[in-house]
Design a binder for this molecule. Structure first.
Ligand code: AMP
Length: 473
């Protein structure tokens, strides 16, 4: 199947051709015609599936098919993303695919100066890609007007909820036009009850689509576990990178602090490394990523949130220096390698403390990951498992499992929603502090998602992602 049959305009087909894409990916095949028809869509797809073009192409087409008359230039489409990196990548895609169209787009996120963003918005923007915090800062300062949004996209909605953005999302929804036939598109890798609840408020008779998830398509990724003592992981990592001559390695740690420490240690071993996480300035994150892509930096050490959405082509090696607390994150992590049909390798260094985490991951993947003890790095059997430390708080008190450490809101009951310096930067105006109001978002007249039909590429996946009730009738 070629792109020609999807109903896209000549300008968009040209842009696709410029990119060298010859055929649509499964998510594009399913999403593009539905979005062109104006349907609300709930899509199960993660980074690497081509989902960005899946919503960007039809969005561009719908806006250009119905131009605004006169010289006004209201924001007509809004794409919300959880992280700055993803916002930047989506913004690039909008610019790339829209290059032959007279559309203007802007990307706004925190951690960088707000004034250039204000200036850009003032000049008029058709499509806005934003992280929720900075968007609300603009809304509070009245430097953005969202009252004429025709298309709303929530990208990586699951991650936005994990990061504690739900209140911000509600606030944004309240700023959107109320009596308007807005089209809503929700993309998510997983569908928890929270996501389904959000979808039921937001989406109107959504079409459900899904492409195979990475945890069922990981065949191209060779996975291995190397059991090793915690205090010898760094040594083993340096040894593997050096002796196997790995030139580009993405390494995951559980915490920001752990990422920084590992970078310092690798530097001491003569291996060029950079960290990417929420406490880094946007400039440092961009530089680290750019250096890694060009090969200047050999090792990128990342936390889960920061790495999410990174699109690095043909990444050969991913190392789980520490296993994630949330098994799904393992799937996201290893999904960074073996992309677009390339083979990849995912190595996990697992100490005795992490055996339970490993079991959880294997249960999720429904397969055992081959384990290989490396000579000279045999674990000491006398070492007993200790609770996992997830950050500064845990060091002082009772160890608590923590989903993520880079979210927007602090909450005593939900460690997952811990506010980060990253997010604080985004809320500098202080106007986005949340109260747990249960206000219903605009345009959400208690709509329930009523699936129209299934176009699943994954058959049995429906049950697992959308839940039994969402299966197409
Ligand atoms: P995404 O899942 O949107 O992050 O896209 C992952 C990667 O796939 C990006 O590098 C895109 O440029 C690339 N891509 C998107 N659509 C296609 C296509 N139809 N053919 C080949 N590559 C694509």
């Amino acid at each position: 199947m070629s792109f020609d049959s999807l109903g896209l305009s000549a300008e968009l087909l040209r842009a696709i051709n410029d990119q060298g894409y010859t055929e649509p990916t499964p998510i594009q095949r399913q999403a593009i015609p539905l979005i062109l028809e104006g349907k609300d869509v709930m899509a199960g797809a993660q980074t690497g599936t081509g989902k960005t073009a899946g919503f960007t192409l039809p969005l561009l087409q719908r806006l250009s098919d119905n131009p605004i008359q006169g010289s006004r230039r209201p924001v007509r489409a809004l794409v919300l993303t959880p992280t700055r990196e993803l916002a930047a990548q989506v913004g690039e895609s909008v610019a790339t695919y829209g290059r032959h169209l007279p559309m203007r787009s802007a990307v706004i996120f925190g951690g960088v100066k707000i004034n250039p963003q204000i200036e850009k918005l003032r000049q008029g923007v058709d499509i806005l890609v934003a992280t929720p915090g900075r968007l609300l800062d603009h809304a509070n300062q009245k430097t953005v007007n969202l009252s004429e949004i025709e298309i709303l996209v929530l990208d990586e909605a699951d991650r936005m909820l994990d990061m504690g953005f739900i209140h911000d999302i509600r606030k944004v929804l309240a700023l959107l036009p109320k009596n308007h036939a807005r089209q809503n598109l929700l993309f998510s890798a997983t569908f928890s009850n929270d996501i389904k609840q959000l979808a039921s408020r937001l989406l109107d008779h959504p079409e459900l689509i899904e492409v195979a998830r990475r945890n069922t398509t990981a065949e191209l990724i060779e996975q291995v576990v190397h059991p090793v003592d915690k205090n010898r992981k760094r040594e083993l990592l340096s040894h593997m990178i050096g002796s196997r001559n790995w030139r580009q390695v993405l390494v995951f740690t559980r915490t920001k602090h752990g990422a920084n420490r590992l970078v310092q240690q690798l530097d001491k071993d003569g291996l060029s490394a950079a960290a990417i996480h929420g406490n880094k300035s946007q400039g440092a994150r961009t530089r680290a990523l750019a250096g890694f892509k060009t090969g200047e930096v050999r090792i990128l050490v990342a936390t889960d949130i920061a790495a999410r959405g990174l699109d690095i082509d043909q990444l050969p090696h991913v190392v789980n220096y520490e296993l994630p607390n949330v098994p799904e994150d393992y799937v996201h992590r290893i999904g960074r390698t073996g992309r677009a049909g390339n083979e990849g390798e995912a190595v996990s260094l697992v100490c005795v403390d992490e055996h339970k985490l490993l079991r959880d991951i294997e249960r999720l993947m429904k397969r055992e990951i081959p384990s290989k003890v490396l000579e000279g790095y045999e674990p000491d059997p006398s070492i007993k498992a200790e609770p996992i430390q997830n950050g500064r708080n845990n060091g002082k008190g009772r160890p608590q499992p923590q989903r993520h450490t880079e979210g927007r809101h602090r909450s005593r009951t939900k460690p997952s929603a811990k506010k980060s310096a990253d997010a604080q930067q985004e809320t500098k105006s202080g106007n986005t502090t949340q109260k747990n109001t249960r206000r219903k978002p605009a345009g959400s007249q208690a709509k329930k998602p009523q699936p129209q039909r299934s176009r699943s590429g994954g058959g049995d996946e429906w049950g697992s992602l959308f839940g039994g009730s969402a299966r197409s009738k």
